[in-house]
Design a protein around this ligand. Sequence first.
Ligand code: ZN
Length: 325
Amino acid sequence: MQSDTPAALGLDVGGHGIKAALVDGAGRVLHFEKREIAALGGRAVDAVEERLVELVAALDASAAELGVETPLPIGVGIPGFHDRRTGLLRQSPNFPGWEDVAVAARLTERLGRPVITENDANAAVLGEAWAGAAKGCDDVLMLTLGTGVGSGILVGGHLVRGHAGAGAEAGHFALYPGGRKCGCGQRGCFERYASGPALVETAEEAWFEEGQTGDLPVTSAREVFELEAETGVRPDLWASRAIERWSLDLGMGLASLVHILSPGAIVIGGGLIGAWDRFADPAQAALSKRTHPAIRGDVLPLRRAALGEAAGAVGAAAAALGHGS
Ligand SMILES: [Zn+2]
């Protein structure tokens, strides 16, 4: 590798661990590793910082081995509201105690070079737009379907962050006003109909509608998909009805977002894309039916996230190189 090729380090802090990547100037991952963090104490600010410092040392060593000139700029993706006016991470779900923490300044001081922090979902869309499923596209909507519905939005190559860093939270617009209660305190949020736990809840509704009694025999979205795969698609049975309804809700939510953003690409990532072949078509049909023909052609087909677990780390490196600003 040429030593003058711009390269960066990207780190992605998640609830279960930290992923780290040495990325070259074209978004290619030259070295990747991850460390688990303990569920409780491991998520404290000091503990996460220690892990980040260790991982930067490991990436630096890898860069030196590959002949890449160091030190390299660093980007770190962390869940939560990043207020760029103050440089503070205001609040982070799943990371208790992370309130008004000057993470970027603290890491910059410890590591002796500029560190940029970015919301984790924002980092993921940057990664996919740089080197993944939406490569080369400047107007991208990315949804991450898992425990919740995360979202990252690029408009004209710029991340939508909002006034206080709390923007682009597409999981919390009201899909069904007055509907299911959400962890954010509101009711009917998109996330409560298009996440993994939401599929289980939709399955439970279909189960009782079918006249079944007792507990639903599955506890995770993956099990709903697995169970249906065993019986085959049966529109008369609760599992298939739940998956169809869940896919419809996903497509309807996307249609609303498309009318606001008119993206050039929609990327879907997260743990649930293992069931891509089952839900992409019905979600797409629902989206297509509810989207103005003039913009429909730009967003279809839906794109499956391509960078897998490295998306956030690649995107954090992109942020360190100035992408999305
Ligand atoms: Zn909500």
